[in-house]
Ligand binder design. Structure first.
Ligand code: ZN
Ligand code: ZN
Length: 101
């Protein structure tokens, strides 16, 4: 029995399972080929994922679709609005004192 019957002879880089007729999943972070079980970066202890996460943390690239990003941003916005609101009140009070003089 020959190994390269499908031509690719690809195996999952994590578990070593021959992919055969299965479509190998290509990891876009480490560009490795994996079986359906290990296609996720978390599932094959992806070496590239760490770099991506670091880049995301530095704000160099968005990692997830807007939904998740929006959820992370929202609380920041609301808290900054609260801070601005408090500041506005302070300024208002300041001008009220000036006027009342
Ligand atoms: Zn695998
Ligand atoms: Zn990977």
């Amino acid at each position: 029995m020959e190994e390269n019957q499908s031509g690719s002879g690809k195996v999952c880089q994590y578990c070593g399972r021959p992919l055969g007729t299965e479509m190998p999943f290509r990891c876009k972070y480490c560009s490795g080929s994996f079986c359906s079980e290990h296609r996720l970066p978390e599932s094959h202890k992806c070496g590239g994922l760490k770099q991506v996460k670091e880049r995301v943390a530095r704000g160099e690239m968005p990692m997830f679709p807007e939904k998740r990003v929006a959820r992370e941003i929202k609380p920041k916005f609301s808290s900054s609005y609260g801070g601005l609101g408090g500041l506005k009140d302070k300024i208002k009070n300041f001008f009220r004192k000036l006027k009342s003089r």
